[in-house]
Ligand binder design. Structure first.
Ligand code: GUN
Ligand code: FE
Length: 446
């Protein structure tokens, strides 16, 4: 048995009453056992959190670890050019080692900035190496290989035979789903309608039902993408997903920037989970998702940074700040207040992955997935008579994350990630991207 006692903290629980407590928090193995009060337990590790704030670990519901190595390689482009000219050739150039270090680089950044759960989408090949990295890092995740069996200007290495794509996905699922007591889960990841035949998408629908796993895909991010879908399938994106039976409570849809009223109604009625990526949507000039309208309709909206080359960080503090600020100029300052955004970053993410009884808030019996913030800083003061959640959403930054605990394990302490070796990963990241960039010209020619 392993135990951790956090002493003298401010605890932002995000439980049903959104209580903020003062005192201690006791963890045994992977579970939160006691919250609040002065706990006199002995523990294997005692963390003094005087002047510190404990929050539920952030849950990012749209990430591409396979793209972390491409940070800074694809700036200032719109979605389809970004994919066709930069991202697809680079993904095609990946090898096992580069996939592993791309994931490790992203995981180091995520853990260091207080993210404890991710919904990830890998590339077509070498997904096993990425799962290996996720296993070693200690992150909680849902991930899968991307599936793509059609499309224009896609390198040969990424266009899959439909049957093979399905078989490889199932093989990965059988190897990794429920690894480490369910810390890792498999999710089917058809890239987006533009990349997938109907045969592939309906197979994914049946498999996700059969294995009871999530489906993670992109939809209605960009107007050009929607035009392609309308030309190919003769209807709007989300209407199509619904018609083939994919729109259900197990579907996590990234972006949803351009939805008409019918599509919004489908998302609500079918219980589809929307993942909002404000940083990516701004940088790729995709647009501003109508998040306040979706929240008014009682749709579950959570947050994600997307991939490093369209953001260019994987930092939930950035996403929270943007999610709030981008709505205010056209809707007014009361929309997307700090509490609404903080809910999306924590319990909203937990609902998106169907784990609201396990993660997303600090409650006895839940998994110990936490971040400890050091807000004893110039930029987060004064501390008295101020809403602690306002401090976190509007003033704090990722440099304020002191400790990250996932599944009861201290994976980052005093700013240092213990499960990802910084020097090795940064060195290998540079070496890997150099190698991939050398391969790109020959990939672009075919
Ligand atoms: N749509 C299809 N693939 C991608 C991707 O890799 N990133 C983003 N942002 N949108 C996509
Ligand atoms: Fe994406």
């Amino acid at each position: 048995m392993a135990s951790v006692l956090i002493k003298n903290a401010q605890i932002i629980t995000m439980n049903a009453g959104e209580e903020i407590l003062e005192g201690d928090l006791y963890i045994e193995n992977d579970r939160i056992m006691q919250v609040g009060g002065d706990l006199g337990y002995a523990a294997d590790q005692i963390i003094d959190a005087k002047n510190k704030t404990v929050i539920p670990g952030f849950i990012q519901t749209h990430i591409h670890l396979c793209q972390t190595l491409f940070r800074g390689q694809a700036d200032d482009l719109e979605l389809m050019d970004w994919l066709q000219k930069k991202i697809w050739p680079l993904e095609a150039a990946h090898d096992e080692e580069s996939s592993y270090y791309s994931a490790m680089l992203g995981l180091g950044e995520l853990i260091q900035s207080g993210t404890t759960t991710i919904v990830d989408m890998e590339t077509v090949n070498h997904t096993d190496a990425a799962f290996q990295a996720m296993a070693e890092s200690g992150i909680r995740c849902l991930s899968g290989k991307v599936m793509m069996d059609m499309g224009e200007n896609v390198p040969d290495l990424l266009v899959e035979d439909t049957t093979k794509s399905i078989q490889q996905s199932v093989d990965l699922l059988e190897k990794w789903h429920q690894y480490d007591n369910g810390r890792i889960q498999y999710a089917f990841c058809p890239r987006f309608v533009v990349s997938c035949t109907e045969e592939l998408l309906t197979a994914v629908r049946d498999l996700s039902k059969h294995y009871q796993v999530k489906v993670h895909t992109h939809a209605s991010e960009n107007r050009g993408e929607i035009q392609i879908v309308e030309m190919q399938r003769g209807m709007r994106n989300v209407v199509y997903l619904d018609q083939i039976g994919l729109a259900n409570e197990n579907l996590i849809l990234a972006h949803c920037v351009w939805l008409d009223d019918e599509e919004k109604r489908i998302i609500k009625e079918r219980g589809v989970k929307m993942s909002h990526c404000p940083g990516s949507n701004l940088k790729l000039a995709s647009g501003i998702a109508e998040v306040p309208d979706m929240l008014d309709r009682d749709v579950n909206v959570s947050l994600g940074a997307d991939g490093a080359p369209c953001n260019n960080n994987l930092d939930m503090f950035n996403e929270m700040r943007l999610a709030s600020l981008i709505q205010k100029p056209h809707l007014g300052p009361t929309h997307m207040d700090a509490r609404t955004v903080f809910r999306m970053a924590t319990i909203g993410g937990a609902r998106a992955v169907g784990m609201e009884n396990e993660i997303g808030s600090i409650e006895v019996g839940k998994k110990a997935d936490l971040a400890i913030l050091d807000l004893y800083k110039f930029h987060t003061y004064p501390s008295s008579d101020v809403d602690p959640i306002s401090r976190i959403v509007y003033s704090a930054t990722r440099a304020d994350v002191d400790t990250t605990i996932i599944n009861g394990k201290v994976v980052m302490e005093k700013g240092e990630v213990k499960t990802v070796d910084k020097d090795i990963v940064l060195y290998e990241a540079d070496k890997s991207i150099k190698r991939l960039l050398k391969r790109v010209p020959s990939i672009m020619k075919v």
